[in-house]
Ligand binder design. Structure first.
Ligand SMILES: C[S@@+](CC[C@H](N)C(=O)[O-])C[C@H]1O[C@@H](n2cnc3c(N)ncnc32)[C@H](O)[C@@H]1O
Length: 128
């Protein structure tokens, strides 16, 4: 388990995840890494290529997470990005808006993709 940048807040959520994994009987097959995504992702980079990456963390880094996903997914691998409409702020001139638009553009350029019209949008991409 990674511990970089751990805060009590993150640990609280990780404890819930561990409890759910144990209740599902898969705790022995899952590793929970706690910390900022930009610090944790390098820890698992050499475990790839990955079958799927689900992105649902801080929106200002979606372009970073998206680039990491495309780099480390196998061809045919799945990338999912929640909150793709950015709570109605997708077109705003903000760091978050620019990051989310860059994420959309990256997935469209590298994957067969769609933005599913869930209440806040879900990008679904299959890496080419
Ligand atoms: C919307 S919740 C995700 C919920 C989760 N996908 C689920 O279905 O239970 C967003 C999560 O991203 C985490 N988060 C926020 N900023 C982060 C960062 N820089 N690195 C990693 N995780 C972050 C928050 O602590 C929070 O747990």
């Amino acid at each position: 388990m990674g511990t970089c940048g751990r805060s009590r807040y993150e640990e609280k959520h990780a404890a819930v995840a561990r409890g759910n994994l144990a209740a599902a009987g898969v705790a022995d097959r899952v590793t929970v890494l706690v910390g900022p995504g930009v610090e944790v992702l390098p820890i698992i980079a050499d475990k790839g290529p990955f079958d799927a990456v689900f992105i649902d963390a801080d929106k200002v880094n979606y372009h970073v997470y998206g680039a990491w996903a495309v780099k480390h997914l196998r061809p045919g691998g799945l990338v999912l990005g929640d909150n793709a409409y950015l709570f109605g702020e997708l077109m705003e001139d903000s760091d978050r808006g620019r990051a989310m638009r860059a994420f959309h553009e990256l997935v469209a350029a590298t994957c067969d993709s769609v933005c599913a019209p869930t209440p806040d949008g879900l990008v679904v991409g299959i890496k080419r």
